[in-house]
Design a protein around this ligand. Structure first.
Ligand code: HBI
Length: 355
C-alpha cells in the first residue's frame, strides 16, 4: 500500500548542518528507502535545512537545547518562538493530507501531542534514556499507542523500562555512495560529532601510541574540548578534515586501516560504523551500545573493553587478521536501503493496524 508520510525533523539544527548528528543521515536514508518503493515523503525541518531529492518544508524558530547534556531531573523547556512547537503546529495543520506522521526529535512535545492528533504519529527515538520526563512521556504514548516507538538497536532499547515495546529499526544507507577500498594507506580514522561523550581523546591517545596518523571528521560541536584534546597529546598526528558531505568524507575514510569508535555513552546506533564497513574499513569499537551490536568481533573489526586505550592499541596491532571484503559484505547484508525500507514498512504496518 502506498503511504503519504510526513517526517518531522530533529529540533537542534537544520538538516545538512551536522548539528542533528546521526538523525540527519537517518531521515535522509529512510526517506530515500521509502521513496524508492513508491511512498510519498515530505519532511518538515528547521529553516536552513536541505535534503537531496526530498521535499523539505522549512520552519523558522529557536532551536531546542540538546538533550544529551541534560540531567535526569531536567524540567521540560521550550524557548520563545520554539522551532519545535512551530513544526508541530504545522504538522497539526496539514495532518489530514497524510496517512502517518513520523517524529525524529528527541523531545517531549511531539510525544505529548500524540493523542491529540487524528493522523497516527510514530516516533523514531534516536538516543538512549536521558531524562525522566522523556521516559515518562514515551511510556504514556505507548499506553495508548503500543506500536508507536522504534529505536535503532537492542542495547539502546535496554536503556528504557519499556524496551520490549520498541521496534528495532537498525539503519540503512545508500551503499552506492561508498566505494570499497582493498588497499588502505597507513592511518586511522575517527568520525562523529566532536563532543565529550564521544571520547575523541581515547582515539588520539591510541593513534599516538600506535605511531599512526589519525584523520578526524565531523561536526566540531565543542571547540574547547577539541583544543584540550589536541594539547593533551602533542605527539599525536591529528588531521581535522571538517564536517564533509558523504562523498568527500568516504574518500578519506575508505583509505584508512580502521575506524576507531570510542563512545563514553550508550551510542544508540553508530551510523559511522556502517559507513566504514561500506568502504571495507574494519571497525575497532568499545563493547558498548549500538556499535557493539553491529561489529562482528574478529570478522569485521574488534570489540574492545570499554574505555581501555591499551585495548584499542592491541586491536590496531591485529588489523591484518580482518578481511576488508567481509566488512563491505556485512553492510550489504544488513544495512542497505532495501533492508531499512523493509523494516520501516513492517513497523508502519503495525502502527496503522492499531490506529
Ligand atoms: N536534543 N532536545 C533534543 N532534541 C533532539 O532531537 C536531539 C537532541 N540531541 C541530539 C540529537 N537530537 C541528535 O543529534 C542525536 O539524536 C543523534
Amino acid at each position: 500500500m502506498i503511504l503519504r508520510l510526513l517526517f518531522v525533523s530533529t529540533s537542534v539544527g537544520p538538516l545538512g548542518s551536522g548539528m542533528g548528528g546521526g538523525v540527519e543521515l537517518t531521515i535522509n536514508n529512510l526517506a530515500h528507502s521509502l521513496l524508492l518503493r513508491g511512498h510519498q515523503v515530505q519532511v518538515v525541518a528547521p529553516s536552513g535545512s536541505k535534503l537531496f531529492e526530498v521535499p523539505v518544508i522549512n520552519i523558522e524558530g529557536q532551536l531546542q537545547v540538546s538533550a544529551q547534556h541534560q540531567s535526569r531531573g531536567t524540567p521540560i523547556e521550550l524557548p520563545g518562538n520554539s522551532v519545535l512547537s512551530n513544526m508541530w503546529a504545522y504538522a497539526h495543520q496539514v495532518q489530514a493530507n497524510f496517512d502517518l506522521i513520523v517524529n525524529f526529535a528527541y523531545d517531549w512535545l511531539p510525544l505529548y501531542l500524540t493523542p491529540f492528533f487524528r493522523t497516527p504519529v510514530a516516533h523514531l527515538i534516536s538516543m538512549g534514556s536521558l531524562t525522566d520526563a522523556m521516559d515518562q512521556v514515551i511510556q504514556r504514548a505507548l499506553v495508548q499507542f503500543p506500536q508507536c516507538i522504534a529505536v535503532h538497536t537492542y542495547s539502546q532499547a535496554q536503556t528504557f523500562a519499556f524496551a520490549e515495546q520498541c521496534h528495532i529499526l537498525g539503519n540503512g544507507f545508500d551503499l552506492s555512495l561508498y566505494d570499497f577500498c582493498a588497499e588502505p594507506a597507513a592511518g586511522l580514522a575517527w568520525l562523529g560529532r566532536i563532543a565529550p561523550e564521544k571520547a575523541l581523546e581515547d582515539a588520539v591517545k591510541a593513534a599516538e601510541q600506535s605511531g599512526l596518523p589519525l584523520q578526524v571528521l565531523g561536526h566540531l560541536q565543542d571547540q574547547d574540548y577539541f583544543d584540550q584534546t589536541l594539547s593533551q597529546f602533542p605527539g599525536a598526528q591529528v588531521d581535522y578534515r571538517g564536517f564533509l558531505p558523504t562523498d568527500q568524507m568516504q574518500r578519506i575514510l575508505r583509505q584508512c586501516q580502521a575506524l576507531l569508535v570510542t563512545p563514553r555513552w550508550v551510542e544508540a546506533f553508530g551510523n559511522v560504523v556502517i559507513e566504514a564497513l561500506a568502504c571495507g574499513v574494519p571497525v575497532i569499537a568499545y563493547r558498548r551500545g549500538g556499535p557493539a551490536e553491529i561489529v562482528r568481533d574478529g570478522e569485521t573489526g574488534w570489540l574492545v573493553e570499554p574505555d581501555s586505550v591499551e585495548g584499542l592499541v592491541d586491536a590496531i596491532a591485529n588489523l591484518s587478521k580482518i578481511d576488508r571484503a567481509a566488512c563491505r559484505q556485512q553492510a550489504e547484508q544488513d544495512y542497505s536501503l532495501t533492508a531499512l525500507g523493509d523494516r520501516a514498512e513492517q513497523w508502519f504496518a503495525k502502527v496503522l493496524q492499531q490506529a
